[in-house]
Design a protein around this ligand. Sequence first.
Ligand code: AHR
Length: 503
Amino acid sequence: MPAARITLFPGSVVGRIDPRVYGSFVEHLGRCVYDGIHEPGHPTADAEGFRQDVLDLVRELGVTTIRYPGGNFVSGYRWEDGVGPKADRPVRLDLAWHSTETNQVGLHEFADWNRKAGTEPMLAINLGTRGVLDALDLAEYANRRSGTALADARIANGDVEPLGVRMWCLGNEMDGPWQLGHRSADDYGKLASQTAKALKQLDPGLELVVCGSSSAFMPTFGEWERTVLEHTYDDVEFISCHAYYEEYDGDTASFLGSAVNMDRFIETVAATADHVKALKRSDKTVFISFDEWNVWYLTRYEQQERITDPEVWPIAPRLLEDVYSVLDAVVFGSLMISLLKHADRVKAASLAQLVNVIAPIMTEPGGPAWRQTTFFPFALTSRLARGQVLRSEVTADLLPTARHGDVPLVDAVVTRDDDGSLTVVVVHRGLDEPTALQVDLGGDWTVAESHLLADPDPSAANTLQQPDRVGTRPVGAEVRDGALHLELPPVAWAIVHLVPASA
Ligand code: AHR
């Protein structure tokens, strides 16, 4: 049986985990909002139409921040459409997703839902078809206490207290030709800089995210980041990264190695940001908001025919409703390891998306809500991997892949919570045989809990018919002579939480 070893350096801290790395994303897309979080008439719906069964799962998932309202949707969005009496709200076309938007959920409903979910809102501004003034209006409407037309309008519309939105995205994927208002790095950089400066005039405490590339495979990747940051470096706290991974043509090995690409992506963007830092002679570090990441079978979506006639664009159609397998969830778990390994630089992230749309939570109108396979690695990592990331080194055999070269069979991250407990999160990419893993921790530890995600059938999934087909089970980990030992089956993700033996 192959063996892998992880050596821990407990005195060496990579970085503190910002809880906002466990964020997610709700876009007006498909059934994420309508028939997802919001379904008046559903047996569990509250007075505002929010599904309680979904809220329960969102809390269990352990998400911290929610990016809203897009995504591609935001580049055609007028936020004013979603405030005020519902009967007066206009019905609009959504050009991004060829849908009809009823605006029955808007800013106030979203804020209300966040309060119920215990999450923090993070708003994206439309810099595709709008500009500085609209951004200022929205920020003033949301955050100013009272005494101006906009703040008083918010109060009249039901929110007496300011919404207190801290994080703001300066547009969405402005490098993508599919984006409404797509522009060059230079043009976007200037607009983002003007908008950022204006927002900081309103409130210097806001945290701003400038758009990086929509993927590391974009032809402008690298140069886009440099140009945009040269315009905005002094005015923003974050640059965004977006990445989606899928299995191409049955190439499972490459798919399992996806996190290696994510590692390189993060490190390249950090290096580019530091290059601009040097050019600017700046003391400030710009962090990464990885505000869209997931497994997404995008090629399947692109092969589907789109409804072209806007006369018949549907309301909340079933779009991007990927059903995730065990294999998908193992890759997903490895992407979370990649985010955590870069805790010094990735200080925010948003799993795209939350409900129904490439989501860990699925719903049926009038029916149940259930956990996809990807729910488990997210919920467990969010609950157990808190505090600091410690430096660790993995020694493992290599898996040859067509897309990423040789990748380690095992990847891992080790975290230490403020109470002194340790968490080991590990992925096993081996396709055929188990691997014996030893983690040299030093000291005396007791396994408090452990969870394994693996299945003899890696294509197994949870569905409406079989919502509990896939779950996790204990790993069977034990500590001997200061080392954690466990056997990882093929295509597996595991998490082990340890407390000092004397505790
Ligand atoms: O998450 C789905 C879409 O992916 C988002 O709307 C867009 O930003 C990205 O291309």
